[in-house]
Write a protein of this length. Structure first.
Length: 202
């Protein structure tokens, strides 16, 4: 499928530390390479200290992980929530931090995957709309070049074309914003991993 140039308006500076190698997807409209699944090992080098930790109930950490995964919670607020939990009773240990990271990673990675699927579907619809716009432009050019142009019909097609172009432009702006969202989720996940790891190292 083809895409008009301003579909690629997003500017991505630098390479996210969360990206692994991925193949080029012709239907992916964003500048950054599409990687469907992130690698937890890139961000989190720690493992549970014991096998029993894998059987530890998640209730003690699930609520905190859910809070950290919310985008409406700023990183400063996340830091404060972690400080409060770390200073609570009982104190958090390495296995707790492992559990918190695993939970946050699963939540944000799943959210990111769903978002990327939606971006691809959205971009395909944009590509179809771009094809329709090209077809209508060619139709207008052909009709205008005829010996006896039907100007009333040409005016109707031009009005429809103008509406479609406005829709295309508005959707392209939304797509540009959508392309930034997976990157924001990755940055949040990486920042939270750093917060958790810093407490293990303390």
């Amino acid at each position: 499928m083809k895409f008009l140039p301003h579909l690629l308006a997003i500017v991505f500076t630098g390479v996210s530390p969360l990206y692994a190698a991925g193949s080029h997807d012709p239907d992916w409209p964003c500048v950054q390479r599409r990687v469907d699944t992130l690698s937890a090992a890139v961000m989190w080098p720690y493992q549970p200290e014991s096998q029993a930790a894998k059987e530890k109930p998640a209730a003690a950490t699930a609520e905190l992980a859910q809070l950290l995964a919310l985008r409406r919670i700023s990183l400063e607020e996340a830091e404060e929530a972690l400080d409060e939990a770390a200073n609570g009773t009982p104190a958090l240990d390495r296995d707790d931090y492992n559990a918190i990271f695993a939970d946050v990673f699963e939540r944000l990675n799943q959210r990111r995957s769903l978002l990327m699927t939606g971006i691809t579907r959205y971009a395909r619809n944009q590509a179809r709309l771009a094809d329709e716009i090209d077809t209508m432009r060619n139709q207008i050019a052909t009709m205008t070049a005829a010996e006896s142009p039907d100007f009333d019909q040409i005016d109707q097609i031009e009005a429809d074309l103008d509406w479609r172009e406005r829709v295309f432009h508005d959707r392209a702006l939304s797509l540009t914003y959508a392309c930034e969202t997976p990157v924001l989720l990755e940055k949040r996940l990486y920042a939270i991993a750093q917060m958790l790891a810093a407490r293990i190292n303390d």
